[in-house]
Design a protein around this ligand. Structure first.
Ligand code: FRU
Length: 568
């Protein structure tokens, strides 16, 4: 499912940093230099910059190979990264917020003779800040990063009125590399403000996926009971193994301190596999649980202090990005089940005793298409009580200086269906606040429905809620510019190619809530019993608009909403 622009190379191990070629620089000389306070030492293997401004700007060219450089400063651990520094005209500039280093000397260590290193400069602003969020292919109501690559959501947590979205991020390029944890906060899951990078590569490795919890009891000793620590667990990818590490923040995720005795788990030999990653933390009774993907499934570890972990059990059949949570069935708190899933959207339902997951049913699939590596928020207040999920959408943004996006946040619940208990996913109620109804109709013929949709043919952002009634056991479809948004085949019982049978198996109706953004389409069928997402085709030239197709299909109900942009 990865499109070209989303192709990821194999994780790359620490390359060389030619420490022996480094020379000590003379701070006095440096401070005297006018041009951005930048200077070279005698060999040219280091560039020293006195940080006076908020941003460091780095020119990027995709026609240049990646080179290994390292950024370091007093009181900051060295940050090794692989960067395509433009030797000539850049394709675009990336920026790094260095405000925390103001007044310090930043040392950039690089291979001798590297062209373009002298173009790196500082500024108090992002020069093209006014075009960010206004680019042609910028999703208008989904989270994207200002610049660079994103994949999995990480460390999703709510705290004191803020939702925190950490995410796999390459701030140095629009392709996958140099995994950092990017960070954004939102009061409502929709309007996000990007903050400086939360975790950056270090001497152990790059920062792969993980999760966050609040340690209210100060079990870790990282905080106090008055100032509890936000503790994150993440995988450090060393190049030849994947180890689990922890870090904590005492300032609402603004800065993190990595645990000095990292890694806390190194299980490559146990599994004879380097695939051991993506720790998901949760609290169970009097202890902490870490669900970790290892080789062929998810393992369960326990701890009383978030630092020392004991292996307990393993269940086969999952790959990457675990999550585990308990949900009431049909809203009944006396009847709950545990949901265990992996990155692809397949899940098992069962029991969890704090150490072992025992499946009762599965596997099932709650979402198809571009969804990947979804995670749910921790620390949602009991008064809210929702299980809120965000997922990476594997949709590329060719030609843009950013790449990748998150799907809409959804609320998950368990519902009894004709097939048994199933996970249901619908956009969170906050999304309603972006939607303004611009027309509502009922019992339209196909040609009437096509006519009412005509004015929306080139809409950027739209939500369409429709119920179709088929008169023949063939297909009913809604297309946009020839692309099937909804394609229901009552003969094959498929929706957009995936098996689907409505709750009343004799029904000839299907309802869909369709969210269209600039580059994506998300569809929630029959109240979220089945959902899927896809890239929106952006054909050059004329737009065909929306069309209803099928053998005498009736549009029982139709409502169209404008969806407000979240970028002001
Ligand atoms: C899933 C994943 C994770 C890993 C991360 C690296 O997309 O492969 O397993 O931690 O991406 O970016």
């Amino acid at each position: 499912m990865f499109s070209n622009t989303l192709a990821r190379t194999a994780p790359c191990g620490p390359g060389f940093i030619n420490h022996t070629a480094m020379k000590n620089c003379k701070k006095a000389l440096l401070l005297a230099l006018p041009l951005l306070c930048a200077a070279y030492d005698a060999t040219g293997a280091q560039r020293l910059i006195e940080i006076t401004d908020k941003y460091l700007h780095i020119p990027v060219s995709h026609s240049c190979d990646r080179v290994r450089i390292s950024l370091s400063a007093d009181g900051m651990e060295a940050m090794p990264v692989n960067v395509r520094i433009a030797a000539g005209a850049p394709d675009y500039w990336v920026f790094k917020d260095v405000s925390a280093l103001k007044g310090k000397i930043l040392t950039i260590t690089y291979p001798d003779g590297l062209k373009g290193i002298d173009s790196i400069r500082q500024a108090s602003v992002i020069p093209d800040a006014d075009i960010i969020y206004k680019e042609t292919n910028r999703p208008q109501y989904h989270f994207t990063t200002r610049r660079g690559w994103i994949n999995d959501p990480n460390g999703l947590i709510y705290l004191d009125g803020e939702y925190h979205l950490f995410y796999q991020h390459n701030p140095y390029e629009r392709d996958w590399e140099n995994m950092h944890w990017g960070h954004a906060v939102s009061p409502d899951l929709l309007h996000w403000t990007e903050l400086p990078t939360a975790l950056h590569p270090d001497s152990i490795g790059t920062m792969f996926s993980g999760s966050a919890v609040m340690d209210y009891g100060n079990d870790s000793g990282f905080g106090t009971t008055d100032t509890p620590a936000m503790v994150v667990a993440y995988t450090a990818e060393t190049g030849e193994r994947q180890v689990q590490c922890i870090a904590y923040s005492l300032d609402h995720g603004r800065t993190f301190t990595k645990y000095a005795a990292n890694p806390v788990i190194d299980s490559k030999e146990k599994w004879n596999s380097r695939d051991t990653r993506d720790p998901k933390l949760l609290r169970y009774g009097d202890h902490w649980v870490m669900v970790l993907n290892e080789r062929d499934g998810h393992s369960f570890y326990t701890s009383t202090n978030l630092r020392d972990w004991t292996y307990k059990s393993h269940i086969v059949g999952f790959w990457e990005c675990p999550d585990l949570f308990e949900l009431p069935v049909d809203g009944d708190p006396a009847n709950t089940m545990w949901v265990l899933y992996g990155a692809s959207g397949t899940y098992m339902l069962g029991d969890f005793d704090g150490e072992r997951f025992t499946p009762r049913s599965g596997k099932h699939c709650y979402a198809r298409g571009t969804l990947y590596a979804a995670q749910t928020f921790s620390n949602i207040p009991a008064a809210d009580g929702r299980r809120i999920q965000m997922a990476w959408s594997r949709i590329g943004h060719p030609g843009m200086n950013f790449n990748g996006m998150m799907l809409l946040p959804t609320e998950l619940s368990l519902r009894t269906t004709k097939d048994g208990v199933r996970l249901v996913s619908v956009p969170v109620k906050e999304v309603e606040g972006l939607c303004t109804s611009v027309g509502k109709w009922s019992d339209l013929s196909q040609s009437e429905a096509n006519a009412v949709m005509e004015p929306f043919a080139s809409a950027d952002r739209l939500r369409i809620r429709a119920t179709l009634k088929l008169s023949h056991a063939t297909d009913g479809r809604i297309t946009l510019a020839g692309q099937n948004l909804l394609d229901y085949d009552l003969n094959g019982n498929t929706v957009n190619g995936w098996f689907y049978s409505p709750q009343d198996p004799t029904s000839t109706e299907i309802s869909a809530d369709i969210y269209i953004d600039r580059t994506s389409v998300e569809v929630f069928v029959d109240g979220g019993l089945h959902s899927f997402s896809m890239p929106r085709h952006l054909p050059a030239g004329k737009r065909e608009g929306f069309l209803f197709h099928g053998n005498n299909v009736t549009v029982r109900s139709l409502e169209v909403f404008d969806v407000a942009s979240v970028w002001k």
